[in-house]
Design a protein around this ligand. Structure first.
Ligand code: TRP
Length: 437
């Protein structure tokens, strides 16, 4: 079967951005930041994103493009006869774990879009909004039905192949989402008490930052950029040779950060204004945002558009996760695309049921994948660059399209020394903490 290649030059970069931007930005980032005390977490998160995560993103894209194969095949092709391809297996496993809880939250997003359409979110008080979320999250049957709807959508797109699905939608709908978010920011900042929320977000109080907070900031930076498990390696293999990876990578990270940051600029003023605890956990976006829709002109229409766009953002991310597993089965195990997509979707649905029945399992999958598996995978990916791929091969991927030598020099230094030490340090410290704690 011919390999899909994106049509336009920007196609694969747009799709990679579509993978990055998702619930990680709008659902996960604000809730993890809220649980970790606000401003100081933001500061560390920015540092991790641009200093640690972006170089890993570029490494993944370069490895994928060099090999021209999805993650497992990429490592097999570039390091034949070694164990490096185990990174690919860990990625496939991690995609399963992430999808199982991510699909539940995606299902809630669809459900909220439906609720907005039928008017269930209109004119209810902030307290009732919280009750509504609590009912939803503790009702496994409802969660499971909407989760399956969402997985079905994802499988439908992946089944038809990468090229004519993802690219088209990402390019139109993501700018729309960004625009809507900017408009909502303006409303959020003019709510009474909004400034307290803004201060929570922007004023770093380092006494509130624990080591666990630093550890979670690292995991969130990886989760948000979809790195550490081969998604971006797979997408890198679709990127044309004419594309400058460095500028592409920085654009993805910049866009991804901006959307996460602006989501927080809406959510925290809203939380403080409506008396909702910023540290209330995974429900944060669902109990804060709908309140704002009740305070704006044409709020119901806006809320419909918002949840639909958020569902689409989630969809471009779940597609990228499912694609990792499906492309593995197709290119390594000789499956056809359609049965592979259906099989994997079914299995993920079953795992998702566990997350729907138990919030402990939900959080466990969330934590293990983002905070352990992604940094672990990223560590190996980043070791692969200097020790296996080699400086010159990496240089030829990055410098080919106009990246300056000096930029490459700095980047290579960061990848070879700073990134592994930072990830290794944070992981080891946290594991020791757990063992003695
Ligand atoms: N980055 C996506 C988000 O922020 C989620 C995601 C998609 C992801 N693919 C991934 C996370 C691969 C980790 C690894 O919503």
């Amino acid at each position: 079967m011919a390999r899909e290649v994106f049509n336009s030059k920007m196609g694969a970069i747009a799709a990679a951005a579509g993978s990055a931007v998702g619930l990680g930005n709008i659902w996960r980032f604000p809730y993890v930041l809220g649980e970790n005390g606000g401003g100081a977490f933001l500061f560390v998160y920015i540092l991790f994103t641009f200093l640690i995560a972006v170089p890993i993103l570029l490494s993944e894209l370069a490895i994928g493009r060099r090999a021209g194969k999805p993650v497992l095949g990429a490592f097999k092709a570039l390091a034949p006869g070694t164990k490096w391809h185990l990174i690919g297996y860990s990625g496939v496993f991690c995609a399963f774990l992430i999808l199982s809880f991510y699909a539940i939250v995606s299902g809630w997003t669809l459900l909220y879009a439906y609720r907005a359409v039928v008017g269930e979110l209109a004119a209810i008080s902030p307290d009732e909004m919280t009750t509504l979320y609590n009912h939803t999250s503790s009702d496994p049957v409802v969660s499971i039905i909407w989760m399956f709807a969402f997985i079905g959508l994802t499988a439908f797109v992946v089944m038809r192949g990468v090229q004519d699905g993802i690219e088209k939608y990402s390019k139109i709908l993501m700018p729309m989402l960004l625009l809507l978010i900017v408009l909502l920011c303006i409303r959020a900042l003019t709510l009474p008490g909004a400034l307290d929320g803004l201060a929570f977000l922007l004023k770093p109080d380092f006494s509130k930052l624990t080591f666990t907070g630093i550890f979670e900031a690292l995991g969130q930076a990886f989760f948000s950029l979809s790195i550490g498990m081969g998604t971006m390696t797979t997408y890198g293999s679709y990127i044309s040779r004419k594309q400058n990876l460095v500028s592409g990578g920085f654009s993805i990270a910049g866009l991804d950060f901006m959307i996460a940051f602006l989501a927080a600029v809406i959510i925290f003023p809203c939380a403080f204004s409506f008396g909702i605890s910023p540290g209330q956990g995974p429900g944060l976006v669902f109990v804060t945002l709908p309140n704002i829709f009740n305070q704006i002109f044409m709020g119901r229409a806006v809320s419909i558009v918002f949840f639909v766009l958020l569902s689409v953002a989630a969809l471009t991310s779940t597609i990228s996760l499912l694609e990792v597993v499906v492309s593995f089965l197709v290119s390594e195990r000789g499956f056809r695309r359609k049965p592979a997509s259906l099989l994997v979707a079914g299995l993920i649905g079953l795992l998702g049921c566990l997350c729907a029945f138990s919030s402990t399992i939900f959080s466990l999958f969330d934590n293990i994948s983002a905070n352990i598996l992604l940094p672990g995978g990223a560590l190996f990916i980043v070791l692969f660059i200097p020790h296996v791929l080699g400086k010159e091969a990496f240089r030829s991927e990055l410098e080919a399209c106009g990246t300056r030598q000096r930029v490459f020099g700095v980047l290579y230094f960061v990848i070879k020394y700073i990134v592994p030490v930072a990830i290794g340090g944070v992981l080891i410290y946290q594991i020791v903490n757990w063992l003695i704690g």
